[in-house]
Design a protein around this ligand. Structure first.
Ligand code: SAM
Length: 206
């Protein structure tokens, strides 16, 4: 990546999959949330360290990063984020209101790790009323254009709390592009990366 420094990083890496495996797994994700365990922890770890180091490098000191992650990958990403230098501050729970896939206890939540770069002059979040629970309904399956699509209503409070108008925010794994839409709507500059041409084309249309 270039030498641009960003004011906010929002990343949704749900599956932590090397890019060449992603399109295969994206399909499986819809069918089963378990299958991604078939890839070795070492491979997930290598890929995750790579992008987290880059995230740390490009974020401005004192600024925020949010990483959406499910419970199976939480501990790995938590430790790797600390390892590359981030100070973990919270684990936000996104309550999706409506249940999703799975059996036994069906999925209704996702974690969002909130962390900062550095220990001094850390920006405070923009709301004193924000809690670590975000209750926002998931997008129902027949309305999504991406297998792990996030509603803009879950992204918007994070963008508003952690960046100012005119600042530059980045999403390394932008999928269908909800962060781009929120950035446009709230007057932030946006940089996004998406390896899948179809998702890329959907994202830039938003
Ligand atoms: C969990 S999804 C993001 C979904 C997105 N937040 C949304 O709401 O639509 C992760 C995305 O990262 C993309 N991806 C995977 N590896 C990548 C890489 N190395 N560079 C850029 N994008 C990548 C995948 O194609 C996928 O669309």
């Amino acid at each position: 990546m270039s030498d641009i420094k960003f004011s906010l990083l929002l990343n949704d890496v749900h599956m932590i999959i090397p890019p060449y495996l992603y399109s295969y797994l994206a399909v499986l994700t819809v069918v089963s949330h378990i299958r991604h365990w078939t890839f070795s922890v070492a491979r997930k770890q290598k890929f995750s360290i790579m992008w987290l180091k880059e995230a740390y490098r490009v974020l401005k000191p004192g600024r925020h990063i949010y990483v959406f992650i499910d419970w199976r990958m939480y501990s790995l990403i938590f430790h790797l984020m600390k390892h590359v230098g981030f100070q973990i501050r919270n684990c936000i729970v996104w309550d999706k209101v409506n249940m999703g896939m799975g059996w036994q206890y069906r999925y209704r939540h996702e974690f969002i790790i909130f962390a900062v770069k550095g220990k001094s002059k850390v920006r405070r979040i923009g709301s004193r009323a924000a809690t670590d629970i975000l209750r926002v309904p998931r997008i129902s399956g027949n309305k999504t254009i991406h297998p792990t699509e996030k509603p803009t209503d879950v992204i918007k409070p994070l963008v508003l709390n952690s960046s100012l108008e005119g600042e530059h925010i980045v999403d390394f794994f932008c999928g269908s592009g909800p962060v781009k839409e929120v950035a446009d709507e709230t007057g932030r500059l946006f940089t996004g990366f998406e390896i899948d041409p179809e998702h890329y084309s959907n994202a830039i249309k938003r």
